[in-house]
Design a protein around this ligand. Structure first.
Ligand code: B16
Ligand code: MG
Length: 219
């Protein structure tokens, strides 16, 4: 029996990737580093601190910044990002997601959130869907970013389910790798993802019949 469905946030529930990108691009630009959308794809599912480290590395200036300077850059980025979250409303939920969450609740299938974003609770509240999640893993207690399975295992722990009996949904390669690493069944959204158990092009294909057929097939 399918015990739970565990969702990534950014790119699956709502598209905050471009807001992360705008904030990082501004901060990077201020220190003379130019990043584009292609580079931003490599930051999906990666924690704030590690994202900054990758940006500095990309700009060839990793050694030039002390930890206090990095902390200041990361908090400047977060300030810009949090300000931009005020534009989120129920309309910002990606197609099909609200319907799927309601259907899972009706079927009494627990739902989990596995986002490494410290802003995840705020975002779910802004979207008005916080109460549709049975358990949200606390990103503040995670020591390893995706592709480490830690956040997905924390979600399973909180739900009291075993990873092998769950479906995980992700839009980033690091996230698919994290799901697979804990023995969960992975569904990938978007192009260019490798090793996903099922790959869909858009969230509107994430219907209960689709999930249930995938689950039956995986048994
Ligand atoms: P924050 P996810 C991730 O969310 C984002 O994909 C990633 O770009 C971001 O750096 C990370 O959250 C941390 O977010 O700065 O808000 O704590 O994909 O795991 O839902
Ligand atoms: Mg994501």
């Amino acid at each position: 029996k399918l015990e739970a469905v565990i969702f990534d946030l950014d790119g699956v529930i709502t598209d905050t990737a471009h807001l992360h990108f705008q904030a990082w691009r501004q901060v990077a630009c201020e220190i003379g580093i130019e990043i584009d959308e292609t580079f931003n794809n490599t930051l999906k599912g990666i924690s704030r601190g590690e994202s900054l480290r990758r940006i500095l590395h990309f700009g060839g200036c990793e050694a030039a910044f002390t930890q206090p300077q990095r902390d200041a850059l990361a908090s400047r980025k977060n300030g810009i990002y949090v300000d931009s979250l005020s534009q989120l409303t129920a309309q910002s939920i990606l197609p099909g997601i609200h319907e799927l969450l309601l259907e899972l609740r009706e079927r009494q299938i627990p739902t989990g959130l596995a986002s490494v974003s410290l802003n995840a609770p705020t975002i779910l509240n802004m979207l008005g869907i916080a109460e549709l999640f049975t358990f949200c893993a606390d990103a503040g207690r995670i020591t390893h970013s995706k592709p480490d399975p830690e956040i997905f295992l924390a979600a399973c722990d909180g739900l009291g389910v075993s990873a092998q009996r769950c479906i995980g949904i992700e839009d980033a390669q690091a996230g698919i790798d994290a799901i697979n690493a804990c023995g969960m069944h992975s569904i990938g959204i978007g192009a260019g993802l490798q090793h996903a158990g099922l790959r869909l092009t858009s969230t509107d294909q994430l219907t209960w019949p689709c999930l249930s057929a995938f689950w039956q097939h995986a048994q």
